[in-house]
Structure formats: structure tokens, C-alpha cells
Design a protein around this ligand. Sequence first.
Ligand SMILES: Cc1ncc(COP(=O)(O)O)c(C=O)c1O
Length: 373
Amino acid sequence: MTNLFNKNQLRSLHRQIDTPALIVHEGRLSENIRQMQSLADSNNAALRPHTKTHKSVYLAKLQLKAGAKGITVAKLSEAEIMFRSGVNDIFIANQITHPLKLKRLRELRRKAKVIIGLDDPLQIKLLEQAFKNEKTLLPVRIEINSGLNRCGVKVDQSLVELAKKVVKSPCLKLEGLFTHAGHVYAAKSDGEAAEIGRREGEIMEHARNLLKESGICVNTISVGSTPTVKYSVQNPQVTEIRPGNYVFYDAMQIKLGSATVDQCSLFVLSTVVSRPEPDRIVIDAGSKALNTDGANMTGAFGLPLNVSGKIVRLSEEHGILEAAGSCAAQIGDPVLIIPNHACVAANLFDYYYFVDENLKIRQITIDARGKSQ
Ligand SMILES: Cc1ncc(COP(=O)(O)O)c(C=O)c1O
């Protein structure tokens, strides 16, 4: 086990916290926040962390206090929760097209500083219909496809045409360009991740230059994923970074080489509920606590730290560990696990249990968990 909690400390925590539960190591969390802010500062870029990872107002405020310029969210409902709790500079890195959402976006925009994404002329039309009687322009960013092949336009004439439409719009203001190089999660090495990060920066630089040639200037060039950010931020054209996962890191980041075990700050604490065979340990954290995401990448369903075994299978309420017969874990013992994917683990719980250096425990609400609309 790493220098996390020693055996006695883990047992003490386990006596006080019912399982399965999400544990946050406050020291590591603060260090992760500090390091990413320092990366942004030293490259003259603003940090607008993606709060889809932690979904918590408390954590967003910690990031802002450390120097973040604003936050990013994936969903309008996340933006609403963050604004209601006092966070007021929010980029919704997503396209909004449903009529009920457009109405809610209009309401939110009347009170809050929000920016939203788009990548199609039809979205401009929908936004114009919803915002035609508003007194202020809605700031938007055009999404660029830097290789993920999810949303986003290619950097060619279609980008210029789209940008021209935004510039001409009586309701919208072109605030910037953004991209997310999420295809990095299929990279086989840190070298490959570095190359994807460099390309992410270059593609955005090219996009900015192409618009400039057509007389269109944008303020913000926004990039970011946790594995690519340290590479893409080095491009001087990049003005903003949006990593999310870095607050916690997880087993997928370890596998990619973009974090070490000792940097991970989020854990699922579970309990051994059965040991039906010497080589089979059953814990109370199944897919409702660990989720199945990332197993094809890491080859397991999370990384146990204090038990030498591999989580080979999950059902909803049970996690199955393959263990050596000599493994001493007994029924009732704690098992501390780095989840494969921290962002999805956070979506499964109501609270984090923050643990400080004196092992003091605080319950922190995961305010925006389950907010998918
Ligand atoms: C649009 C967008 N930006 C930024 C991020 C943050 O990426 P990561 O969690 O790798 O830091 C994500 C993550 O899904 C995203 O979808």
C-alpha cells in the first residue's frame, strides 16, 4: 500500500464510515488542484476546470479559490446547480437544442455569466429563436473536432462559414473556440498522449489563424483533457485549459501514464462480505459503486490498494476479487480501491467523505450527481 492510510488508520476510518463510500484524501486533492493551477499560470493560460468530474459545489469553490477563472460543466442542470450555489462564470461545453432546455438556458443567462457551445448552423437558428427578445448577446464557442469524432467542426471552410453566421447573428456573440481531445483515452503510451496533446494545440492554432484570415477574431482558445493538457497548453495560442479528472485521477489515468498511484485522491471504501473460496473475495462494492467503465482499458474493475487481488467481476451489489489463497482478507475487513473512472464513480454517490491529515472526516455533498438534463 502507498503512503495513504496505514492499516490502523484504514481500520479506524472503516469503523466510522458505512460502505461502500467515496473517500477523498484532502492532502492529495489540494496538491492536484495546486499543481494544475500552477501549470495554467506558468503557461499564461486560464484554468476553467471541468466540474463534471466531481459534480460538487464545494470542490468547484476550492478550484476557484486556488485561481481558476471559472468552471466548465457538461449539462445545463449542472450549470443551474452551480449558479444557485454562487458560482457565476460557467461554460456549458455542450450543444443545447431541446426547447425546454433553451427556455431554461434563457432564464439562467438573465442572471448568470454563461457561455455555451455549438457546431452547426441549425443550433444558431434554435438559439436565435430562444434569445431573439433578450437584451444581451449570448456568448458562444464553436466546438472543433480535434480527433475525438464526437461533436465539433473540422478546421476548414465549414468553420469559417459557421463563424460568419455567429458573427452576423443579432443574438449571439462569438467568444471563442473549444475542443476536447478525448480520443487520448485510447492512447497506448504517454508518448502517444503527448502527440495527441500537441496536435490538439496545433489544430486550434490553425483554426484561429483560419478565422483571422477571414477577419474574425476570437478571445478564447480552449483545450483540455487531463492526459493532454500539459502538452496542449504549451501552444502559445491556447488561452484556456479545461481538465476535469485531475482533481482525483483514477486507474485509467494510471494505465495511461498520466498519473501515479500516489497522486490519486479518490477511493471507494468497501467491506469484505464473503470469502466463499480461498481465491475468491466478495466485497460490497459492485457496479453501483465502481461502475464497469474502463475495464477494457485497465483489465479490471478498479485497483485495490490494501488487498493483493484483482477485481475481476461486478454485479450490482457485489465485487468479485480473485486473490491468492495466502491473502489474509477476512469477512468484515476494509478494501480500499482506486476506481477505474473517478467521474462516473462520483455520479453514483450522494457524498464524499473528505479525510484530512488528522483523519478528521467531513461529509461533502455531490450536488450535481445524476443531473443529466
Ligand atoms: C468537453 C470536455 N472538456 C473537458 C473535459 C475534461 O476532460 P478530462 O476529464 O480528461 O480532464 C471533458 C471530459 O469529458 C469534456 O467532455
